[in-house]
Design a protein around this ligand. Structure first.
Ligand code: 8YV
Length: 338
């Protein structure tokens, strides 16, 4: 037995990261295309020091209670940690880390791409042309969308990603509005001129596009409720690259079907029991754009996320504070407890 840290990695990671992990740690990677079941995680962790988890691993209180005593660190490969019961992990004396920051810009790029795609009917246009072969040729009134410049964007959650979205949206001439746990004082913290709303309902009724950038917590669960969706402006758009649970998806579908909302772009959606056929039908028309949870899916981001996981593990195993340790006073952790 070596003195190298022993780690279980629940999903395949970029080759360069797996190679580096293999030199630094005694590494056990699940090489199946699917995630591990809780029982597989538990048996895989036998004698291990560290669990390298991803969003597809449900690390609840029950699993935590059954973890082998050798496990002391849960190093999440990802920014969001809503798959982990943080309270239970801390109560069990575990350290939990994540990989923030390195995926901020790429995620913001994707949110912006979706924000552009909706009013300019990007997907509708390619579908008509290529799938339906229905293009009758150019006419002055064909495929008219709506201008982005001058419209109002409402950002829910002005953290790292929300701020990066705001600066991009600014370049497209949108006015920026935001609802967030904290008001950002102007200046370094809020370099983009953005209007703060302490009342989410009021903001939602005033903006043309809503983009969600808040972590999933007890507080934010269902934040885009049926009532709030119904109170949005006629012809407004919704963009979600965060978590599906933030939106009442059935209510969203209804507002789209009645054309109260003009469109939605969802990188995340309820798919536990298969994607809602009504949502798929809307996607067939191109008014709903569905992408496959890929907002942070660049090779660069995944490699940097892997590097962050490695740094977190090495610092922890050396007896120091890992740079991305989640603490009870971390805002996301505070909100998770409600
Ligand atoms: C990843 C994400 O797909 O980091 C997040 O919160 O949603 C995505 O970057 C996932 O986290 C990988 O674990």
């Amino acid at each position: 037995t070596s003195s190298k840290p022993k780690i279980l990695v629940t999903r395949r990671l970029p080759a360069s990261i797996e190679a580096r992990m293999a030199t630094l740690f005694e590494t056990d990677v699940n090489d199946a295309d699917q995630g591990l079941t809780p029982d597989d995680i538990l048996s895989g962790l036998d004698g291990k020091d560290v669990l390298v988890s991803t969003i597809t691993d449900r690390i609840d209180a029950e699993l935590i209670a059954r973890l082998p005593k050798s496990v002391r660190l849960i190093a999440q490969f990802g920014n969001g940690v809503d798959n982990i019961d943080l309270e239970a992990a801390w109560a069990a004396g575990l350290t939990v880390t994540n990989t923030p920051s390195v995926l901020t810009e790429d995620t913001a790029d994707m949110a912006t791409a979706l924000m552009l795609a909706l009013p300019r009917r990007l997907v509708e246009g390619t579908q008509m042309l290529l799938r339906d072969r229905a293009w009758a040729g150019w006419s002055p009134t064909s495929m008219l969308g709506h201008r982005l410049r001058g419209k109002a964007l409402g950002i829910v959650g002005m953290g790292r990603i929300g701020t990066a979205v705001a600066s991009r949206a600014r370049a497209f001439g949108l006015s920026i509005h935001y609802f967030s746990r904290n008001r950002r004082p102007p200046g370094v913290e809020n370099p983009i001129e953005a209007t703060y709303w302490d009342d989410l309902d009021a903001m939602l009724a005033a903006v043309d596009i809503v983009s969600l950038h808040t972590p999933l917590t007890r507080e934010s669960h269902g934040i885009l409720s049926a009532e709030r969706l119904a109170a949005m402006k006629l012809g407004a758009y919704v963009v979600n690259v965060s978590r599906p649970e933030l939106i009442d998806e059935k209510a969203l579908v209804e507002q789209l079907e009645t054309c109260h909302l003009a469109g939605a772009a969802l990188d995340v959606f309820d798919n536990q029991n298969g994607i809602d056929p009504r949502l798929l039908a809307l996607a067939e028309t191109g008014r709903v754009v569905l992408t496959a949870h890929m907002a942070s899916a660049t090779l660069e981001a995944r490699v940097e996320m892997g590097e962050a996981v490695i740094v977190n593990i090495r610092t922890f195993m050396d007896g120091h504070q890992p740079p991305h340790r989640l603490l009870p006073e971390t805002p996301v952790a505070r909100a998770a407890r409600g």
